[in-house]
Design a protein around this ligand. Structure first.
Ligand SMILES: [Ca+2]
Ligand SMILES: [Ca+2]
Ligand SMILES: [Ca+2]
Length: 258
């Protein structure tokens, strides 16, 4: 009798058909796994902190008991926030408990104004089910306590110059850190009688703390004006509004020699 050979692939086809699961959820094995482990952040809406001490808080817990320990780390890209504690460890005994996190703003000297700073949660640990999670940033409103300002220092208590050649100096410094460059302009009230050097000074943000030395001298003319006072206006120019058009007067005593 003649034997018919059946290709082995035919049996594989029958086997595969027999294994089909009606809803197809768990077959083939490469289907996406359902994850129900996640990290819960509670009380994260409307978080507001201030540089002068007002803190805020929210809580963290897990939706199920993890394998081993999961660690949730908190940070902000700009480093403008601190967290207490900075990390939370959750395991089989404490996964369901609401763990409080206190947020505090770093009290810097930078004039940023009110801004939004994002918290970036980073999850690490033993249970791979929790490591697939991608978390949205948590926004925090930070209120500034810094304002733009200039400080004037006058040597020997006053600024006095004479047509006989006595010169004087005053000093200018920004009182807080700008986000943009600042040019300081020394407006001469009477260029026919006074010389101010330099007439302007450009401060980069990196050099914001520079003390600017401003020299003032009198022009020796032959006109009898008598002794007068002249007021130099120190004015700032910046694309950052907090440092634009700040002004301060410097009174100069001008002694005539005619
Ligand atoms: Ca501050
Ligand atoms: Ca600030
Ligand atoms: Ca004169």
């Amino acid at each position: 009798m003649e034997k018919k050979l059946i290709p082995i692939g035919f049996f594989w086809l029958i086997f595969l058909c027999a294994c089909q699961v009606p809803d197809g959820e768990n077959f083939p094995p490469t289907s996406p796994k359902k994850y129900d482990g996640s990290v819960v952040f509670t009380g994260t809406s409307g978080l507001t902190v201030t540089e002068n001490g007002q803190s805020a808080s929210f809580t963290i817990n897990l939706t199920k008991s993890p394998i081993g320990t999961m660690t949730i780390g908190l940070g902000s890209a700009s480093g403008e926030l601190t967290f207490s504690p900075p990390t939370i460890n959750l395991n089989a005994t404490n996964w369901q408990l609401l763990q409080p996190i206190t947020i505090t703003a770093v009290d810097d000297s930078v004039v940023q104004g009110m801004r939004t700073v994002n918290i970036h949660p980073i999850v690490t640990g033993d249970d791979p089910e929790f490591l697939n999670m991608v978390f949205s940033d948590i926004p925090v409103t930070v209120t500034d306590d810094d304002t733009g300002g200039i400080a004037i220092t006058v040597s020997s208590g006053n600024t006095t110059i004479t047509e006989d050649g006595v010169t004087d100096q005053f000093f200018v410094q920004l009182t807080a850190i700008p986000l943009q460059d600042v040019t300081v302009v020394f407006e001469n009230p009477n260029p026919t009688r006074i010389v101010i050097s330099p007439p302007t000074y450009a401060l980069t943000t990196a050099a914001w703390g520079t003390t600017i030395t401003v020299n003032v001298s009198a022009i020796n003319d032959a006109i009898a004006q008598g002794n007068t006072t002249e007021t130099v206006t120190v004015r700032t120019v910046s694309t950052q509004s907090a440092f634009n058009n700040l002004t301060a007067p410097v009174v100069v005593n001008l002694i005539d020699n005619d």
